[in-house]
Write a protein that binds this ligand. Structure first.
Ligand code: ISJ
Length: 356
């Protein structure tokens, strides 16, 4: 067996040496890009370019590696190359181990400076103030719907959206011992408790459920107190040395959360983009219909429509609308121009590459 492995391993060693040479060449090119950008004060992180690189890699992939795996490798290569230009700081809803942190890595790779924040408000503040270059905030969960605090803050913020990330959200029930003996309370973020209610009703109907600031905080509590069970990601459980009582306990096996990347960057078209808007209309018959008519006229698809009360006690609403395409794409630009005329409030939250 060893005789057969030896020549194969020698070939792998030779290939690795070539990969390393190529990686170094790529890294030096990224450094040159960095110097050019520094001369003009241009932004280091260019999500539209990174999205194009990742799409091209999947298209060119000859196999046998899976497209998603090749993209993961290239995301990290770009992350490491980018960090030679500048290591970007990204604020997210902490502590470490939250799904928000996973979303940060999914968008930026590992070569970033994560800045865990205590609340979604804090993520917006850190990004607006420039303490962080970017922020990552949850926008919508496939089971529970919109994250209202994010929507409200989007309205008021001076930042814009420069990317989106969608990640699978799998919850585990975990305790310090890995068993439920002596456990009297289960802690998690209110969204996670809601996403696991059928499981909890079926298996632990008597257990007190307590909503805390984040699932990672629940994991910290469980690591300090044997009477507390936490619902959190396995990543958070591992971070705080918890034992898994049951995995994949979310009621919807396809549960996902979509996150927005916010910052001061305006991205240019990548070829496959989305634009997020907030709109309002006067409270009268047919107003919403008329508002959206320009999208149909110019053949622009709407992929999301969400309403939030304007909170002025007048039953007026803000509409959060996502459309296909970049605001600089001709049909979108035309539709938005007309939309603006029909709306009593109009704000483009950002145009950004579609998530992979
Ligand atoms: C090298 C660049 O800078 C960053 C790194 C990239 C890469 O490694 O491919 C791509 C885009 C930027 O986020 C660039 O802008 O081309």
């Amino acid at each position: 067996m060893t005789d057969k492995l030896k020549p194969l391993r020698e070939q792998i060693d030779a290939v690795d040496a070539q990969i390393l040479d190529l990686l170094s060449r790529r890294a030096r090119l990224a450094q040159e890009v960095g110097h050019v950008k520094a001369e003009t004060n241009a932004p280091v992180f260019r999500p539209e370019r990174e999205a194009q690189v990742l799409r091209a890699v999947a298209e060119r992939n000859p196999g046998p590696l899976k497209d998603a795996d090749v993209q993961t490798i290239f995301r990290e290569i770009m992350s490491a190359c980018r960090s030679l230009e500048k290591r970007v700081t990204v604020a997210y809803l902490g502590p470490a181990g939250t799904f928000s942190e996973q979303a940060v890595y999914q968008q930026f790779g590992r070569a970033v400076e994560g800045l865990p924040c205590v609340s979604i408000d804090e993520v917006f503040r850190a990004t607006e103030a420039g303490t962080a270059d970017f922020g990552v905030v949850p926008v919508e969960n496939s089971s529970e719907g919109a994250i209202n605090r994010t929507l409200d803050l989007m309205l008021a913020t001076t930042t814009s959206i420069s990317g989106e990330v969608s990640i699978p959200v799998h919850h585990s029930l975990m305790t310090k011992s890995g068993s439920m003996e002596g456990v009297s309370v289960v802690c998690a973020h209110s969204q996670a408790l809601a996403q696991c209610q059928v499981y909890l009703n079926t298996h632990y109907p008597q257990l007190e459920r307590r909503a805390v600031a984040s699932n990672a905080e629940a994991a910290v509590m469980a690591s300090n107190d044997p009477s507390v069970a936490a619902i959190a990601s396995e990543m958070a459980g591992a971070q705080y040395q918890l034992g898994v009582v049951a995995g994949h306990i979310q009621d919807d096996p396809h549960n996902r959360t979509r996150f927005a990347v916010i910052g001061h960057l305006k991205t240019t078209p990548s070829g496959q983009d989305q634009t997020s808007l907030v709109l309002a209309v006067p409270n009268k018959a047919g107003a919403v219909y008329n508002l959206l008519a320009p999208l149909a006229t110019h053949g622009v698809s709407m992929t999301r429509f969400e309403s939030r009360p304007a909170r002025m006690g007048t039953w007026e609403y803000y509409f959060y609308v996502d459309v296909e395409g970049h605001e600089q794409d001709e049909p979108v630009a035309r539709a938005l121009h007309e939309l603006k005329d029909n709306a009593s409030f109009f704000k483009v939250l950002g145009s950004y590459p579609l998530s992979l």
